[in-house]
Structures are given as C-alpha cells and as structure tokens.
Design a binder for this molecule. Structure first.
Ligand SMILES: [Zn+2]
Length: 966
C-alpha cells in the first residue's frame, strides 16, 4: 500500500537533544502556518419569524409585560433589532427553537455586519445546522485571519522568535469561545446565546466596545440541536393554558428527554472520542481559533442555584496550570457580577475535572481556560422553589448571559496577561526539559488496523501530531498497555506520538494507561463512601483509548530514530479482481477486522449465503483468522460477484477471490465442517422507558452506524403486543430488567424456539440471572453467597484446563494421581446474614467506571476477532457468577491481575475478581447471552463492541439452531 510522501519537519524530533527553537524562515513555513479560511456567510436579512403563537401559555409569558432589560447600564444601537422583536415571544419567556435562534442571530448579523459574521461548520445526524457566530470590533473583524494566524503562533511557538511572540502578546486580541446547551434539555444557555450576541453586536457603551477591542468572541449557540428540538416538542405538547410551576411535572419532558443527541450520546463526554459528527465538526471549528477561554453552559436540578468554576478535586494528572490560575480570576469577577444582582451561586462543591473528555476539560487540555456553568433548570417556564420563590425562565437565561459577559470582560481586562500565560504554557509543552516530555506513546500496528487508524485520525483532528518511525527501535523499559513493563522491539512504521508537542498535556493525560487519584482525593472519596455511602466521582475513573480499542500500545523514552509526520491514506476496500479471471471458488473476508461483521450483515441482508470459519485457514496465499467469512460462488446466484462487491464497499473491507477450496497448510479446507452457515439476523432492540436511554442509544449506534445492521426498535411499554416470531435476535439494554421479568413466559417460549436473547449489563443481565426466570444458570453473586464454592472451583478448573501434564502411570496403570501441591484448602467464607451484610458493605465500593482485564475463551464463536485477553468496561455493583455448562466467553481476571485502569477499591476487587463478564448459554433451540456490563459504553470500547456485533450478527447462525428447509 502506498504510504506517505516525506514532509519537511518544522523541527527535528531525533533524540532528546534536538532543539525546537531554530526558525526555518521560508515562505513555505509561513504558508504552513496560515490558518485555513473560515467560510462565512454573506449577511442576508431572513424573513421575519411568525410572531403569533396558537395561544398556548408556555410558562407564564406575557408579551405585554415590561420585562427588565438584561444589561440596563449599556447603551445599544437601535438599528440592531432586539431579540424580543425577532422571536415570537420576548427572549427568555419561552424556549426558542433552533431555527428561531439561527434566524434571530442571522437578523442581528445582517444589521451589525461590521461586527458579526456567521459560519456554518457542520450538521447533526438529523441534518440540523451547527453554526459559529463571530463577534469582533469592526477593526478586528477586518483582520480576522491575521488575528487567527497570530494566535496560532502562540499556540505553537516553535521556531518563532521571541520578539515576534512578544509583539503578538502585546497587540493581539484574545479569543473566547462560548458554547451553550450541549445537553439539549438544559435549554437556558441557547436562549442566552441570543442575548449575548445581541449585547455584543449592538452595545455602544465602553463596557461592550472595550470587550470587542480586546477579545474576539465566538458563539456556538446550540451545541445539540437534535436534543433541543426533541425536548422542546415535549415541553410544548405538555404545556397548557394555566402555568404549571411544579418541578416534577411531565412538562419537563419524557423518555428519552433531550440531554443527548440523535443516538442518545452524551456529547459532553465525547470530546476525546469523536463518536458523533457534532464533536468532530467542533474539533475542527475550535481548532481554527485556539481560544484562551471556553465557556460551556449547562443546567442542573431546578431547586439548585448556579455553579461556576473553580472546579473541585480531583483534577486530571497534567492538568494545565494556566486554567487553575485563571479560574480564580474568572470566578471572582463572575461572583461580583452575580452579587450585583443578589443572586445565589457556588463554586468547587461538585463537578470534578478527573475525566478529561468533558467540554471544559477538553478545552483546558487544548490550552484554553475551560469553565462550566450549571444553572438551575426551569424547562422554559417558571418553577416554585422550596423557599416559596417563583423562579422564572427569563432569570435563568439572564444569569447565563451575565455569566458569559462577566467572563469575556475578565478576559478583555486581562488580555495581555492571559496571552502571556497561554504562550508560557505552550512553550513549556514544547520544551525538552518539561516533566514527562521525553516520552512517546507508540502504537505497534497490526492488531486491528482500522482501530489503530481510527484513534490516530481522531487525535490528529484534535490537533495532536502523529509520526511514523522510519526504522525499528529497541526499548528497554516500555510501559505496556497490559500493565507489564516490557523490553521489546518497535517495528518500523509504527505510530509514534511524542509527549513533547504543543498539546503535550492532552497527549499525556488522555493517552495515559493508568492515571491515578492523588492521595488526598483518594482519601476524600473513601470518606464519602464510608460515611455517606455514595461516590464523589462525577464520571468514569478510567478512559484509556488504548485499552478501549484493545491496541498493542506502549509508552517509552523518545527513540533515537527518524520520525516523519504521518499522513492519512485511503484504505483498500471492495472486491479484488483476479488477473486472468480464473474460475472462482468464492470470496473471503478476513475475520480479524471488525468491519468483517458489517460485511456479513450487509451480505446476509443482500440474500447471500455466508459461511464463517471456526479456525484459521490459508487461502489465496495468505492466512485468515478464525471468524473469517466465505461466500461460495455455487451457493449463490449469478450476480454473486456484484452483491459481494457492494457489501464489501459498504463495509469498507476487501473481499479476496479464491480459486480453490484447498487450504495449503494445517488449516481446514474451505469446503468442510469448519465453515458454518450464517443466518440473516432479524433484530429487535428494546426501546422506550424504562430502558436506559444511554444504554439503548449506544447499542443502536453500534448496530446501525458501526455495523450497518437493520434494527427494529420495539416499544418496551407495549412489549406484550410485540410479535416476537418476526425476530431472531432481541437486544435488551440496561433498564429492561422489569420488562424481562414481566414477560418471562413469552421469552422462554421464544428463546427455546430459536431466539437469541442478549442482555446488555446492569439490571437486564441481572434479571436474567434470577432463578425464577428459568432462562439462565448464571447467578448474581449476592444471591449465592452461601454457596460460592462450586463457582470458585469452576474458575480454577477453567484456568487449569489444557495446562496440566498427563500422569501416564495413572492413566494406563491405575496408579494414584500425583498431585504435587496436595488438595487445595477451601477458604473460609462467611455465611447467612453475616455474608449478606458484608456483601452489602463491600458493594458500596463498586467501581464508577473502570477498565478491567477480561480473559477470553478463544474457542467460543462469540469471541472471534479477539485475542486471549481483552480490556473490558465495568461499573456498578451487580456481579455475575457462572459454572459449566454455561459457557463463559469472557471471565474477569483473578484479583491481583484484575484492574487495568481506573479506581477499584480492594472490597470491589475481591467481589468482582473471577466473575463472569460474558456468558453464552444454550436454551432449547435458542440461546441467552449476558454481558455483565455494557460492551458498547459511549461508543468508546471498540474491543468489546466486537463481541456485541458478533452476538447480534453471528448469533442466529452459530449459537441457535435453524431448521433445515423442506
Ligand atoms: Zn449538562
């Protein structure tokens, strides 16, 4: 395959002695640094928005009331239309729709075209526009590209002389990026964005002109239009003529609410991963600016007040000092702005910055000072608070707007100091002597090419520099992804990501295998668990992408070999043609690639007979992994080649033609019993309350987007009416436990007739492990505390299987078996109430989201595409135990080897070690597949997502029996 052309490095990355400070003063260098142009729209005045609404009183809005101005001390240019006349009701008296917001912003931009420009930068799954609204003084607007180019030099100061950098710091406006309502049902931010845009576009007094002299403000008014539109429909459908002040009212929306985007992904957790198009578009848009401030406006519980930063501990390791320093100043100034109104607020009480993939954390790791707001949620109306106060939505919008303006004012007033600190941080990032900078993150390629390239592409889109090593190199003390320190050779052409680069903190924090809480934070967390029985951790404690993607990765010292920048190349896909059109036996797709499952799904959908191998084999002069697919010519119609070609192209794989059924090594021939016929999956996915919207969304995305499987979404509320005979796969996400329990009889009948029932962690797997369900021999640990012995012995036997040397005398001559260690002593275990009480206490320490070591049964069909170990996600207190005849496809490792990344207390470690993570059980003609935790958590875990897609696409053909036709 064609690799990259050699590109001149801006600096040498050879060895630790290289210096980044010599400036290549060529025009090519200037061209390289010139920022890509932003495609701004021509200002046009859109048609006015319809003013009258049908008359439903959303909230207590009253168009005639004299509403207090948001910024009474500021004078505004009357030629710029006020949002109150652009929207169908005054701003903040209702929740404006996405198109109404864009329409109002475009009208403001048209009237203040010397200050405001709008550029669309992407689209959502549902096709809605993502736009950035840039507001600057007319002078700054006229030199926007120059400003961006100058700020880009601060963001990457390598090779720029000190005098020029100093001049940039003194003379260049800073950049603020204001982002609103990434959680669609946290609505006030988006409405506030219109107030902020108007204020900055129309303000004529010094408070506004001062900001615009020193800051370019970029507004991302609606980060999640799909979620917002979904929930606004619910708000409106549930509103009546009489105001409803109850915070518990249905008026606040219903399943699946509006927090998440189309596939119900929480985009405030997606910044490291880019599983969603909104995130990927935003990476590019933000990277074009290199902001020094990024505000991310949210909402929280309606009885709460307002939270802003400084954040609370723990902070991610390598958290930039720039943010910690400036949080204090922004916080002080925002507090003063809120005090002027007598508003309540607080800082530091929750919202830690441990997970680095929140909007504000990611922004911080890009170099900006990231700030989170949490305003109490009033859902577009007014609510009665416990104090008796009636809080209005307009007040919520007002606070978001005041917060934003307070923050950009702080930035404007401290512009030079902020830019100087920003530059100093970037200079530290590229300096050789900065702590941790002499190391590189390496992906040795070959385990799963698509996942390796996917991670590297994602990092590059976030601005990370990625290189290839020209020559192999030896490392003495590499830190391996599986936790062992290894000496090994790194082959030429591996991906090498130096810690030392402008985004050093992002590289070090997000690619670290095992980031650990500092001692004080760990103590606080322990105290909280022991005293209050709850965790302070706001989100997962482990996130390592190398684990999530199951890559062969390592951290090691910077090697002394030449590194050249990696450039993306197109991947091969489709059908390969044979040179002389020899008679074709069939087409083979390698089962190592995740995309082979997508090929199978499409080929089966196209009516092809597809076979899958249960052992590796050799064909067309290359080796194919277990789980490789075969489409035989004679088993399919005349147009087989076209159908294979189409499926291969859609799945982005290569289908290799083979001319013989003979495997020319010890592997099986292609015409025999090691190939099984797959069955077209007819998939139902349980949807609607009480299903967890995340668990449902992640599963839907994995099937629909990653694998191209046609899926029917079945309503959990009307499950009794579903005709299950139409489907041969039923996927039950977390939250579906009660649906399973309520329909035990129907499910047993369906499974035993050939159905594949798949439960995705949490209460779904837990419900099936209930003895009363009569569908599984797997048990919840808490249900068998008095009888743990057989499970423990089953694990011992499983681990020993195939490892013992045979005692020949015992076999042939009947002599007693020699057991070198003697019989193992059964450990003493608590029983009865004592055991229950102990288990309850231990479960308090259950992980919030950690990465554990899974031992893979590589004989099970469900594990095709996996090696002998696999990092798996685990959260919660439900622990599953299994013993034969249940097939345990993934067993969690023994206690001392269990934890790979994230926080796992000793109590949890003892409970979870040796438990079952993935089981497959035959039930009549069908089967039950239990995942102890989500295999597709947030779209991160591509390693275990493979198991899920295997289960869905291969399950009907491999684990269940299909009657032969007659
Ligand atoms: Zn939120």
């Amino acid at each position: 395959m064609h690799r990259t052309a050699l590109v001149a490095l801006p600096f040498l990355l050879v060895g630790a002695c290289s210096t980044p400070d010599s400036r290549p003063d060529t025009t090519a260098e200037e061209q390289r640094r010139a920022p890509e142009p932003i495609a701004f729209e021509k200002p046009t005045r859109p048609p006015p928005v319809a003013v009258e609404h049908a008359g439903i009183a959303f909230g207590e809005s009253n168009v005639d009331a004299k509403l207090p101005a948001f910024f009474p001390a500021t004078t505004h240019d009357v030629r710029v239309p006020h949002p109150d006349v652009l929207l169908r009701q005054p701003l903040g008296t209702f929740t404006a729709h996405h198109d109404e917001v864009l329409s109002a912003l475009r009208a403001i931009a048209a009237a203040a075209s010397d200050r405001v420009r709008i550029a669309p930068f992407g689209r959502t799954h549902e096709g809605r526009e993502l736009v950035q609204v840039v507001i600057a003084s007319p002078e700054n607007m006229a030199r926007l590209d120059d400003i961006r180019g100058r700020i880009a030099k601060l963001a990457d100061p390598r090779g720029i002389d000190a005098g020029e950098l100093d001049e940039i710091v003194k003379e260049t406006p800073a950049i603020a990026w204001l982002a609103y309502s990434i959680h669609g049902d946290e609505t006030s931010g988006t409405d506030a964005s219109v107030a902020v845009a108007y204020h900055l576009a129309a303000g004529t007094s010094a408070d506004v002109t001062g900001i615009l002299r020193d800051v370019v403000v970029v507004i991302d008014p609606c980060q999640n239009p799909d979620g917002r539109e979904r929930v606004l429909g619910m708000f409106e459908q549930s509103s009546g003529y009489v105001p409803d002040l109850d915070t518990a009212s249905m008026r606040r929306g219903r399943w699946p609410h509006g927090r998440e985007n189309h596939y119900l992904f929480d985009m405030n957790r997606d910044w490291l991963w880019g599983t969603q198009p909104e995130t990927r578009a935003r990476w590019k848009a933000i990277h074009a600016w290199h902001p020094q401030l990024l505000v991310d406006a949210h909402e929280m519980g309606s009885q709460d007040t307002f939270l802003f930063y400084p954040a609370t501990d723990p902070l991610t390791p390598h958290f930039p000092a720039f943010t910690r320093t400036w949080w204090q100043r922004y916080g002080d100034d925002q507090a003063a702005a809120f005090d002027a109104h007598g508003w309540s607020y607080y800082t530091r009480e929750w919202a830690d910055s441990w997970y680095p993939g929140y909007t504000d954390s990611w922004a911080t790791f890009q170099g900006a000072c990231g700030i989170l707001y949490e305003q109490a949620r009033y859902a577009g109306g007014s609510v009665l608070r416990r104090s008796g106060e009636i809080a209005t939505y307009r007040e919520a919008v007002h606070r978001q707007a005041i917060g934003s303006i307070a923050n950009v004012t702080t930035l404007a007033k401290n512009r030079e100091a902020v830019l100087r600190d920003y530059l100093a941080e970037k200079q530290r990032n590229v300096a050789a002597d900065t702590d941790g900078n002499a190391r590189v993150f390496v992906i040795a390629r070959g385990r799963e090419a698509a996942r390796e390239e996917h991670l590297v592409d994602s990092l590059m889109e976030q601005g990370v520099e990625v290189f290839l090593n020209d020559d192999a190199f030896e490392v003495a003390d590499a830190e391996g992804v599986r936790g062992v320190t290894v000496a090994r050779e790194v082959p030429a052409g591996s991906f090498v990501i130096p810690a030392r680069q402008p985004l050093a903190p992002l590289v070090k924090a997000t690619l670290a295998f095992d980031p650990r809480y500092d001692a004080a934070s760990l103590e606080r967390e322990r105290k909280e668990l022991e005293r209050k029985g709850r965790s302070k951790a706001y989100d997962v404690t482990g996130w390592s992408p190398a684990h999530a993607y199951d890559l062969d990765a390592l951290w090691c010292a910077t090697p002394s070999v030449n590194l050249r920048p990696y450039e993306r190349t197109a991947r091969d896909e489709g059908v390969v043609s044979l040179p002389n059109e020899a008679p074709i036996y069939g087409w083979v797709v390698d089962g190592d690639a995740d995309a082979s499952v997508a090929f199978a799904a499409r080929a089966l959908e196209a009516g092809l007979a597809v076979q899958i191998s249960d052992e590796p084999f050799r064909a067309a002069d290359r080796k194919f992994a277990r789980g490789s697919l075969l489409v035989r010519r004679v088993e399919n119609g005349n147009d087989v080649r076209e159908r294979v070609e189409r499926a291969a192209r859609e799945a982005h794989v290569v289908a290799l033609p083979v001319t013989s059924a003979r495997s020319r090594d010890e592997g099986p021939d292609l015409g025999g019993r090691h190939f099984d016929l797959l069955e077209r999956p007819r998939v139902a996915l349980l949807s609607n309350a009480p299903i967890s919207s995340d668990s449902f969304g992640h599963a839907w995305h994995a099937l629909d987007v990653l694998s191209g499987v046609s899926v029917s979404l079945i309503d959990a509320q009307n499950f009794g009416y579903a005709d299950l005979r139409r489907y041969n796969v039923l996927v039950v996400p977390d939250g579906g436990g009660s649906v399973l329990s309520d329909h035990g009889e129907d499910l047993r009948t369906w499974v035993r007739a050939g159905g594949t029932l798949i439960a995705l962690g949490g209460d779904a797997a837990s419900a099936l492990a209930d003895e009363k369900m009569q569908l599984s021999a797997v048990r919840r640990r808490s249900d068998v505390l008095d009888d743990l012995g057989p499970y423990r012995r089953a694990v011992e036997r499983e681990r020993e299987a195939g490892k013992t040397t045979i005692d020949l005398e015992a076999v042939w001559d009947g002599k007693p078996v020699k057991t070198p260690e003697g019989p193992k002593e059964e450990p003493k275990e608590l029983k009865g109430d004592e055991a229950k009480e102990r288990d309850r206490w231990a479960s308090t320490f259950s992980p919030q989201g950690a990465i554990l070591r899974g031992e893979v049964n590589t004989d099970a069909w469900i594990t095709v595409g996996c090696e002998d170990e696999l990092p798996v996600f685990f959260e919660g207190s439900s622990v599953l135990l299994s013993q034969p005849p249940t097939r345990t496809a993934i067993r969690l490792a023994a206690s001392e080897r269990l934890r790979m990344s994230g926080l796992l207390w000793p109590e949890a470690r003892a409970r979870i070690a040796d438990s079952a993570w993935l089981t497959v059980e035959r039930q009549g003609a069908g089967q039950v597949i239990l995942f102890a935790a989500s295999p597709v958590f947030r779209g991160w875990f591509l390693g275990t997502a493979r198991l899920f897609t295997n289960a869905v696409v291969y399950g009907p053909g491999l684990g269940a029996s299909v009657p032969a036709p007659r």
